[in-house]
Design a binder for this molecule. Sequence first.
Ligand code: ATP
Length: 366
Amino acid sequence: MAEIHLKSLAHSYSASPQSPADYAIREMDHIWHQGGAYALLGPSGCGKSTLLNIISGLLQPSDGDILFDGVRVNELSPKERNIAQVFQFPVIYDSMSVYDNLAFPLRNAKMPEAKIKAKVSEVADILELTPLLKNKAKNLTADEKQKISMGRGLVRDDVSAILFDEPLTVIDPHLKWKLRRKLKQIHEQFNLTMVYVTHDQLEASTFADKIAVMYGGQIVQFGTPRELFESPNHTFVGFFIGSPGMNLIEVDRADGGVSFDGIHLPLSDTLTRFLSDHPSDNIKVGIRPEFVHVWDEASEEALQCDVTACEDLGTYKILTMRLGGQEIKARLDEDQPIPNGKAYVSFPQQWLKVYVDEFLLEEDAL
Ligand SMILES: Nc1ncnc2c1ncn2[C@@H]1O[C@H](COP(=O)(O)OP(=O)(O)OP(=O)(O)O)[C@@H](O)[C@H]1O
């Protein structure tokens, strides 16, 4: 197992990149600690597969270093790096038995047959493949085949890390949760460094202890699922994580706070001062629907909205309102009454986030 350090790493598929937009990976420094269960989460095209292929050695980065336990591995092949990679589509030998597929990497490493047998049995047991060991891989279902792909990484004692590139894409929805749980169990049992690529936030948060959110070739936040929810570092994280995502409103500077559409939102003194240090006019405020307080009567600090829709999702409701020219969503508990026509909202200061040039202004950083 290894700590994987990406040092001043960048990659462009163009031979002569002219601007940051020409980079699939913009310059980054990042560490995947040994034994961590990580997810790399982001939308299509943000650079997840590129980053994974750079770590595994399938792709050479245009700039920077990849260090495994402090040793530069840029020039090493995937095999020399001892990285196991599980792709969207299972990579297995159809004509071989399940046993031979699992034994393959060990036979390549010239492990004695008795040891191979013990290792294959152990991993087959964990993956619930034991009854299939004698079967030809060809006739198996997609999830069984994908379990073999995973198993081929797990049988090896020498792997530096296992990288998963959207491994559940071809798996039936009702089996996905089962395989995800299995992966989590394997992580706990084997103490492996695992990086799991997905564009699905549920998959990321059920698998990983920490999630790296990628956007436009950058890791814009690396944190626990709770940190990403409670304190998104970037407007993209606010928008992408959560269902529905964060309410984001473009605002102007105002005395003691910010304003939009003639509505004044007060900010703490420290945040106001901090904001005045930033020259940019690209300012947004964000608040998650879960943290918007909804009242059915007017009060001094509540802002009047028009209710435009209410979606009942069984255990909770999503209320859509218009505040000035902005659409605001709030999450109501199951038993909370739905305001009729007009509603009054307030934004607790603790949960009202301010973003300058899309990045969070942090009071703690003062
Ligand atoms: N072989 C390639 N040649 C040129 N550009 C590429 C190549 N592979 C990827 N790209 C570009 O690099 C950027 C990042 O792509 P990448 O496949 O890494 O993203 P991704 O987040 O994995 O997307 P997806 O979830 O759709 O697989 C995209 O703009 C893509 O078009």
